[in-house]
Write a protein that binds this ligand. Structure first.
Ligand code: NAD
Length: 499
């Protein structure tokens, strides 16, 4: 076990500035209105920096810079663009620990996650899209002896991107990597709860990109997000966040007739069929681990397996085993490499989760584990910690239907396959799902029948760059990751030529 030193103390691998301005045109630029907001770390609840509070004027300045940079970046030879993106990945890899600790301090998540998942995945996303863009081809169709149709991929130009706080660097990179590879200039607005780690990344990689290709304006949703998403000078808006905000983004985009991608909320079912259990068996061990994924990233994952559906015939022994397993989830200082679950990302989120713990009890759900906030003592007393919580109830309850976005799983039982499918699909959302069965017929049918964009079969929570990810129903529009993402950041030019 080792504990990374708190940023700002001796031996720390990251040092934050005490004040961050916007990153516009390759420079640090003070907010036009001169306002800043405080940024606390969820680890201790203490403010560690202040950050520029962006407004429409700052968004306009960032768009000026992006428009100045976009034509040359779009015309930069693909191999050169790809080379720059590979260099970004290399530099991130060389600074992996620094970025991981920055992300942990800003967001509260365990450093073992940021070291082993968030930052390595972000690096791989840059590498994937740097490679993918080089392999992309146009097409030529011969229409008749004298006529051909050429199809070219062109960048959109200047795009807006708005992201949430649960994976600040990874969510940014999911959007930045394909947009940069496709030749666009970007104005990015991070979430106000986690504005700092992305600026640490910008400091690290900023010199690799031509000035103005990447611009970052921090601030609040209505003050900075809306002026970006509703702006006539962007050719696309990519958004990840809550479904209610996604509706607004669609409205803004409709005024300007621009494409959107929306990655929104979820209430993912994780379904365990009766054949999963066996004594001392590696598959059963993996299935139990799959159940505990509800606590990964403190449950602040859009695809959190927040509804566990267990076949009635195995419910009692299954729950006994998984409750014991969940009890072993180690909570603690997120900078400790042994810690499995860190702090919730903000005080607001902490309060929201606590309110759902009350709602679950009021609805009559049985508490099988947890159900309370935790005081970890010492400097962590001011942080936002909640116990991993397992409720047992039924799918009509609010804790089964509403996104809690915390380390809370609501368990229901089902009789047979049809019952499982009915409960799984009885939700507004359709982002992720898990299916656990050793029977190929069962998992295949279930995988196809569940209304969700990503179904993990006999695993959960893997996010490889080359697997398309996105929502059905109210969970969103469009996909992220995978080659198809390039299409979301390009437009097709057709030349119809007669010789
Ligand atoms: P949120 O919608 O409150 O905020 C997301 C971003 O939108 C923030 O940057 C915020 O400042 C901005 N924003 C808020 N109001 C705006 C407005 N009117 N116009 C423009 N921008 C505005 O969401 P959140 O609480 O930050 O994030 C949690 C949500 O994100 C959850 O619902 C979660 O499921 C979802 N999420 C989805 C995915 C996915 O890939 N589908 C991934 C991560 C998180």
């Amino acid at each position: 076990m080792s504990v990374y030193a708190n940023p700002g103390t001796d031996g720390a691998v990251v040092s934050f500035k005490s004040r961050y301005e916007h990153y516009i045109g390759g420079q640090w630029v003070a907010p036009v209105k001169g306002q800043y907001f405080e940024n606390p770390t969820p680890v201790t609840g203490q403010t560690f920096c202040e950050v520029g509070r962006g407004t429409a004027e700052d968004i306009e300045a960032a768009l000026d810079a992006a428009h100045a940079a976009a034509p040359a970046w779009g015309k930069t030879p693909v191999a050169e663009r790809a080379g720059i993106i590979q260099k970004i990945a290399d530099r991130m890899e060389e600074n992996l620990e620094m970025l991981a600790v920055a992300e942990t301090w800003d967001n509260g998540k365990a450093v073992r996650e940021t070291l082993n998942a968030d930052i390595p995945l972000a690096i791989d996303h840059f590498r994937y899209f740097a490679s993918a863009i080089r392999a992309q081809e146009g097409s030529l169709s011969q229409l008749d002896e004298d006529t051909v149709a050429y199809h070219y991929h062109e960048p959109l130009g200047v795009v807006g991107q708005i992201i949430p706080w649960n994976f600040p660097i990874l969510m940014a990179v999911w959007k930045l990597a394909p947009a940069l590879a496709a030749g666009n200039a970007i104005v990015l607005k991070p979430a106000e709860q986690t504005p700092a780690s992305i600026l640490v990344l910008a400091e690290l990689i900023g010199d690799l990109l031509p000035a103005g290709v990447l611009n970052i304006v921090n601030g609040f949703g209505l003050e900075a997000g809306k002026p970006l998403a509703s702006n006539k000078r962007i050719r696309k808006i990519a958004f990840t966040g809550e479904t209610t905000t996604g509706r607004l983004i669609m409205q803004y985009a409709s005024e300007n007739i621009i494409p959107i991608t929306l990655e929104l909320g979820g209430k993912s079912p994780n379904i365990f069929f009766e054949d999963v259990m066996a004594q001392d068996d590696a598959y059963w061990d993996k299935a139990q681990e799959g159940f505990t994924m509800f606590a990964l990233n403190q449950g602040e994952v859009c695809t959190c397996p927040s509804r566990a559906l267990i076949q009635e015939s195995i419910a009692d022994p299954f729950l006994e085993a998984v409750v014991a397993r969940a009890k072993a989830i180690k909570q603690g200082n997120p900078l400790d490499t042994d810690t499995m679950m860190g702090a919730q990302a903000s005080n607001d989120q902490f309060e929201k989760i606590k309110s759902y713990l009350d709602i679950g009890r009021q609805e009559g759900a049985e508490v099988l584990l947890g159900g309370e906030p935790v005081d970890l003592g010492g400097e962590l007393s001011g942080g936002f910690y909640i116990q991993p919580t397992i409720f047992k109830g039924d799918n009509s309850m609010r804790i089964f239907q509403e996104e809690i976005f915390g380390p809370v799983v609501s368990v229901a039982t089902f009789k047979d396959y049809d019952d499982a499918m009915h409960i799984a699909n009885d939700t507004l959302y359709g982002l992720g799902a898990g299916v656990w069965s050793r029977n190929g017929n069962t998992w295949y049918r279930a995988g196809r029948e569940i209304q969700a964009g990503r179904v993990w079969v006999n695993n959960y929570h893997a996010y490889p760059a080359h697997s398309a990810f996105g929502g059905y129903k109210s969970s969103g529009i469009g996909r992220e990751n995978h080659l198809m993402m390039l299409d979301h950041y390009q437009q097709t030019k057709n030349l119809l030529v007669s010789y």
